[in-house]
Ligand binder design. Structure first.
Ligand SMILES: [Zn+2]
Ligand SMILES: [Zn+2]
Length: 256
């Protein structure tokens, strides 16, 4: 296999340079992805690195100081933690667009690998996760069937299954969350409309009761979708809810 790579090096999907890596993108393009390193501990909203930490006093019991954004303090979501390792900027944005809108489901494995490679280690995460040693149920946040038909595949379902197969910890994927009705695509709505989105847009199956759930999505924008999905899970009796997605859009100017 190494000899084949040497004889016929691959071309990076993003920059077109030739490389010998067993991966669709080159090491430089992967290193150039913007990381979401200074984020709200709960919803992964990017925060200014120099911004004084906003600390919820109730969270001091967690041994580490948690930075929380004002919306999470004022109106905490029903998920306890969001993992969104990248910012929706050059590179990652292009990769996600190729995957979702240019019919490249074969990129799912790469995206799952990128998400898992930035997952906090068990030793640090166990301080703040109530599900550290239990089996995890990965629940894709569903897309509307009309969009699935247009796209040709269900991207969050594929992503959840790729994560399950590549993650070192045992997990199962279950389609326990459903849309209640058709709505316009989130990227066609302005921020105000997204925030005004009704919170009952999802319904969770009763089977979710008592389970430790990780909701899977590709991108978190305002967080309204994740909040609505987590609310449905919590109302159906889920033990705990976390959210994993590939990327977070940077906060609009003035929100932080
Ligand atoms: Zn490249
Ligand atoms: Zn937050």
């Amino acid at each position: 296999m190494q000899a084949i790579r040497w004889l016929a090096p691959a071309s990076c999907l993003l920059c077109r340079c030739q490389h010998n890596r067993a991966c669709t993108i080159c090491v430089d393009c992967e290193a150039a992805f913007s990381r979401n390193q200074h984020a709200c501990h709960r919803c992964a909203l990017p925060l200014q690195p120099t911004q004084a930490p906003v600390v919820n006093r109730l969270d001091l019991a967690y041994l580490s100081v948690q930075r929380l954004c004002p919306p999470c303090i004022k109106n905490p979501p029903h998920f306890f933690r969001a993992h969104a390792p990248y910012l929706m900027r050059t590179g990652m944005r292009e990769l996600i667009h190729l995957w979702k809108f240019q019919n490249r489901p074969q990129l799912t494995g790469l995206l799952a690998d990128l998400l898992l490679s930035r997952l906090p280690t068990a030793s640090t995460e166990s301080l703040t996760t109530p599900w550290a040693s239990a089996q995890t149920v990965l629940v894709p946040i569903p897309t509307q069937w009309r969009r699935q038909v247009r796209r040709g595949f269900d991207h969050t379902w594929l992503l959840a299954n790729a994560i399950r197969s590549q993650w070192v910890q045992p997990a199962v994927v279950r389609p326990w969350l459903k849309n209640r009705r058709y709505r316009p695509a989130q990227h066609r709505l302005n921020r105000k409309s997204r925030l005004a989105d009704r919170q009952d847009r999802f319904v969770a199956r009763p089977s979710i009761a008592g389970h430790k759930v990780v909701l899977i999505d590709d991108v978190m924008t305002t967080g309204a979708t994740a909040r609505a999905a987590a609310r449905a899970c919590a109302e159906a009796g889920a033990h705990s809810v976390a959210v994993w997605c590939l990327a977070r859009t940077p906060a609009p100017f003035g929100v932080e």
